[in-house]
Design a protein around this ligand. Sequence first.
Ligand SMILES: Nc1nc2c(ncn2[C@@H]2O[C@H](COP(=O)(O)OP(=O)(O)OP(=O)(O)O)[C@@H](O)[C@H]2O)c(=O)[nH]1
Ligand SMILES: [Mg+2]
Length: 479
Amino acid sequence: MQCLKKLAVLNKSQYIIKRRREFNILNVICQCKYESDVAFEYTENEKEKNIYAQVSQDYLGTVVGGNRIFVIQPYIKWGVNKKRNTTPQLQLSEAKALVSNLTSWNVVGEKLVPLLSLQRNKLVGSGALETLKHDIEKCPHVTAIFISTNSLKFVQIAELQKTFNLPIYDRYSIVIHIFRERAKTPEAKLQVALAELPYVKQKMIDFTTYRIGRINYTEKMKNMLQAREKKLRNALQKLKEHRQRIKQQRLSYGFPTIAIVGYTNAGKTSLIKALTDDDSLQPEDKLFATLDTTVHPGLLPNMLKVLYVDTIGFIQDIPETLIEPFIVTLEDAMSADILVHVFDVSHPDVQAQIQHVQKTIEPMIDENKLIINVANKCDIVEKHVVESVIPKDTFTISAVKLTGINLLRSRIEEEITNTTNLLKRRIRVKSGSIEASWLYKETTVLNVEPDPKNLQYLIMDVYMTVPIFHKFKRFLKLT
Ligand SMILES: Nc1nc2c(ncn2[C@@H]2O[C@H](COP(=O)(O)OP(=O)(O)OP(=O)(O)O)[C@@H](O)[C@H]2O)c(=O)[nH]1
Ligand SMILES: [Mg+2]
């Protein structure tokens, strides 16, 4: 009997050590801001690196030293391709914001250009081209032109470059340059390297057919790009597997997760900061300030531990190939128990931004996934403006002033309780026992009362997830 007791004690202490180790892991999962501290670097020798740097500079242009940009915002005047949920002026504003997001890049001139289609080699007819040339010449020291359309064909870039005698950028190349500036972690760098490759490859293929007298890239160069892509894709696959492992780890602890999604600069990071009181989070007034999907622990009003997932923001008018490498991390976020879609209610183009986000996430989520809509930045707009733009059942908040945050937390709590099959259990344990402290550590304790029949015991009302409930049963077997 003594022996058995000893064994039980030994098991118990072993169990406690194991649990402590698990708590540590748990802390790591929660505190790990950049889940991808594990390296996903793809090895490249110096020679390959330099060759690629040259090729990408040829097709993507360079950001070094800054630029004085003339922004051209084309828009379709009528027909099926005409954008109906925004205005050319709002599109131009976003184009200017993109340029200003690059270090030392400034907008020195701008023009809205009405078009019938985006297919013509020089986009516009000769008359309009002359006017445009004149406008650009009038602007002092323009060093490059940004044509704010999705992605221009190589022939268009080459023709316009020849006409204006200036480098030409499209939205794809500008966003890539912003991504390059923002990417700090190996994971983000890998995703950006993959995101730019289709652009460089396509331009190279177009170039060989167009031939304007520049260096003709050889088969060797094409092979080099293909080998690079293969390497990057392998590294992305590793990243995918790593993500899967982290997700499984998270799931095994049964923490409910809430992913925060939205248009870039809507206030996603600020909202997580408000919900978690995590001072280390640094919201920035920049497009694509967040490139990595990161996880942040928080407590709901009922003391339930949850994880908030911060994500990369969305933007309109960029090709799918540009965000494709980020889908791996986005899909991980989209599997959260609930999604919170944050939008900037003070933004004049908020309707188009809301629709763009909805359209982008739709294929990534189950149709039953719960989405809580949140109108942020209500501190800088009049109430009647907020009411006129927000969809039904939207929470109005200010992540900076903390308005509406408690209400939002309560709504998240309600939804998490409904969607995650949290179990509410009444458990009788000895006061001061190891079981009682286990419950305090692992579950959300709602209420504790002494057992009137025996005051040495407590009646604990707790919330726990199914995996935690099974762990508790295993724990009881060992004690
Ligand atoms: N006035 C006001 N500004 C806000 C509010 N929430 C966020 N901001 C500001 O909006 C800017 C963007 O905030 P972030 O939280 O970085 O936005 P984000 O959605 O994470 O942006 P990306 O990561 O770049 O996609 C920052 O300058 C914030 O201070 C708010 O409630 N009111
Ligand atoms: Mg952010």
